[in-house]
Ligand binder design. Sequence first.
Ligand SMILES: [Zn+2]
Ligand SMILES: [Zn+2]
Length: 375
Amino acid sequence: MAVQFVRWPWLGVAIPGSVIASLGATSIYYVFKLGYATPIYRSIFVGSYLMVCLSYYMAIKTPPGSPPKNFKIVKTETPKKMWYKYCMKCKIYKPERCHHCKTCKKCVLRMDHHCPWTMNCVGYKNFPHFQRFLWWVTIALSHNMVFLFKRLQYYYSIRNLPYYLVPITEMTIIILNTLLSSLVYLTVGILALRIIWSMVNNKTMIESWELERIEEQFYSERFWFNIRSNFAKIYPGKPFPKLSSWKLHYRSKLSENSLVPYDFSYDDFVFPYSCSLYTNMVSSMGPIYLWFWPWGGPSGDGLHYERNTEDEDQLQLPFPPDGADFEPNVHDAEVSSTRLDNEDVLKTWSNGFGETLTDFGVDLETENIETYKHK
Ligand SMILES: [Zn+2]
Ligand SMILES: [Zn+2]
């Protein structure tokens, strides 16, 4: 469940800032005081700690990127690549993968999530800094943990010495440092794994949430009712494609009147932005030679993104396939009559972590669900 500092948002930066400062200062002090390991090791230790501080500063200070005022969506492209989304609050068209953050109060390009720990959105421009911050924390903490456990081993070996020969202050600080480091290692580790997984698959946290929602609803009549109406609306007169699966007879036959396709599973559904591993990494982290460069930025313009080859995508619908267009002052009467309302689903559905779309910072009032709300 997402942490939120509604009253004092600065706590989100003050807490990790104090933790980084106290862990770094005490560990570096004892590493040098005790002459631990080699000078090269000590340089790596201090270097990775400085990179933690620098990448954290960059993740806080670098804006995530917002769409330009004059951004226009090409409406004539086929197959249609994205829903026409208009932000009523920023008064701009939203490019693909863009959402309006309710905390930052602006549209964010390739919005991943709003991070209370940087008081900033993680988006197109600062994703590499956020990613590097997690990498450096993991590297620095791994070094730290080895040092701390060696020190704890030493205390155990001198447990039979009289107490006045035991370095009590040092031991207390090292034990506190170990407890705090373990806690940070666990929490940052979970976040790092989650965001690395997002990066290699080129899915933002919000898109991962959407995919989990789609997976859960994939065999429901309601979902396929919306898919079929979207297809009919986008490709008028064209018959619905004959969907096929690489799996054979993976489930029993459906009833005669079912809208759910018989031979099409969730595994056959194509997430449009997931390409090869290398393309996915470059798309979010920028050119490979800049991945560890502290000021390295992403590739592209943040408004358009490379896609999976179109022949693999049998549905040829924008993502999410059960989404809808949302344009200002356009009363699309067809929408309400030809599709089922997704409003409640988008507002209340939660994933395995118990997170709703709001937990990632998305302002639901600016999402497509408004189309239905005003009717
Ligand atoms: Zn906006
Ligand atoms: Zn934000």
